[in-house]
Design a protein around this ligand. Structure first.
Ligand code: ASP
Length: 448
């Protein structure tokens, strides 16, 4: 069984929905369809989710929100009209109108309930169209199907029992059309994921159903080895492992939101990114283990916004517990340590600059100076991290040397070099102003 998730641009209008349904029905293994809300039809169009957010905002501010409500209804009715499925529009309109006037416990809860309508109505609409063209399909409500979530301090997690419940969808006759982006709390309230969260729904369903593949249909042919805004015609990535993707995402290169794929990753389900507008293109597969290596390096990425906290102390390496004490001071400030390159008598802690505020910096320096009696301590801000990532590098001698030589020839000073034991990535710390340049230099070195 395959779970196929289609993003907002794939469902933006009737023509796109026809493409989705023809893709879906061309393979009978595609039993579960996860839909986003209709997205942008052209560059300055507004996504249905954004229209719904504007509607909820207006109502929260005490306005009627009629203009926003009409805009939402118009999007659905024009799609229904073009697909000639007018009989589903009254139930969509009723669902929207009822939800909009319903009271909620808080404005956040109200926002969640209204925001979720985009996906919910899209799923009803697509199910209706599939039936019209002769394919048995059911709209699946996440509450009935058992997608239960918990929201704590803005962080949404899936309740573990959901997986067994959702597995029962396999027994449904016909195609299951499941709205992405939201689930329900145990007491029946709508909870949405963060933006783009339909990807998470797809991964949860793929994991629950032990799908052979989780297809994630979008509007690009594949993922590229480097940000296409930095290099023209970059090398396409046909296959990438979850681990490689995580490393790249760390340096600001987002394939799909890494957390979104977690449920699929845990079950080892391959994810296949594909283009709705060009279904014959190969796409990019995200897998647990790779079979092919098209290139030594899989991807290159760079991200600004890092800093280092550097300290040194004579005979540091003989002092038992030194690192533990430093890390506990950092942890007391709620800071997450990114990397920790060290020398014999020195250690650097790499942090995200935005988290390491001036106030935290002052407290950390004071505590480390007093409690650990270091000889020197300093902070170096405005650093960028540039990474080359690829599992094939582990078996190849000289990759780091090639990268470092290319960067040095380009006149880029390396402030930090870090390679983990897995040898899946090499990280370089450079001044922020060199970030994009360093990525281009490395791309040229490894991809020509
Ligand atoms: N419609 C939601 C958004 O625009 C969720 C999604 O598309 O995945 O963020």
């Amino acid at each position: 069984m395959k779970v196929a998730k289609f993003g907002g641009s794939s469902l933006a209008d009737a023509a796109q929905i026809k493409k989705v349904c023809s893709i879906l029905t061309s393979d009978e293994d595609r039993k579960v369809l996860v839909v986003s809300a209709p997205g942008k039809r052209y560059s300055d169009d507004i996504k249905v989710t954004d229209l719904l957010i504007a509607l909820a905002d207006a109502r929260i501010a005490g306005q009627a929100g009629n203009r926003e409500l009409d805009a939402v209804l118009n999007r659905y009715s024009s799609i229904c009209e073009e697909l000639d499925i007018k009989d589903v529009m009254p139930s969509i309109e009723e669902a929207i109108r009822t939800r909009v006037i319903e009271k909620a416990d808080s404005s956040e809860a109200y926002m969640d309930a209204v925001k979720a309508l985009g996906e919910d109505c899209c799923a009803r609409l697509v199910a209706s169209y599939l039936n019209k063209i002769g394919f048995k399909a059911n709209y699946c409500n996440p509450k009935v199907a058992g997608l239960f979530l918990k929201s704590e301090m803005g962080h949404v997690t899936v309740l573990p029992e959901s997986y067994d419940q959702l597995a029962l969808l396999a027994e449904l006759d016909g195609i299951c059309v499941f709205p992405g982006f939201f689930g329900y709390s145990k007491d029946g309230k709508v909870i949405t994921f963060s933006r783009g969260g339909s990807d998470i729904t797809g991964a949860i369903l793929a994991a629950s159903l032990h799908a052979s593949v989780y297809e994630n249909w979008t509007d690009v042919d594949n993922v590229y080895a480097v940000n296409p805004n930095l290099v023209s015609n970059p090398f396409p990535v046909n296959e990438i492992t979850y681990d490689e993707m995580r490393e790249l995402a760390y340096a600001g290169f987002s394939v799909l939101h890494e957390e979104a794929l977690y449920p699929a990753f845990v079950k080892g389900i391959p994810v296949h990114i594909r283009n709705t507008n060009n279904p014959s293109s190969k796409g990019t597969r995200i897998v647990s283990k790779r079979r092919n290596y098209d290139s030594l390096v899989t991807g290159i990425a760079g991200e600004k916004g890092f800093c280092t906290l550097n300290m040194s102390k004579y005979l540091m390496n003989r002092e038992v517990g030194f690192v533990v004490k430093v890390l506990s001071i950092i942890a007391d400030e709620g800071l997450s340590v990114e990397h920790m390159p060290s020398g014999i008598d020195s250690i650097s802690i790499i942090l995200r600059s935005a988290d390491f505020t001036a106030e935290k910096e002052r407290r950390v320096i004071e505590r480390i100076s007093i409690e650990l009696q270091v000889d020197e301590i300093s902070v170096n801000r405005d650093l960028a991290i540039v990474m080359i990532v690829g599992e094939a590098m582990a078996n190849t001698v000289g990759t780091t040397a090639r990268a470092a030589t290319a960067l040095s020839k380009a006149g880029i000073n390396l402030e930090i070099i870090n390679q983990g034991a897995s040898e899946i990535s090499v990280m370089f710390g450079v001044r922020e102003e060199y970030c994009s340049y360093a990525v281009r230099v490395l791309y040229k070195e490894f991809f020509g």
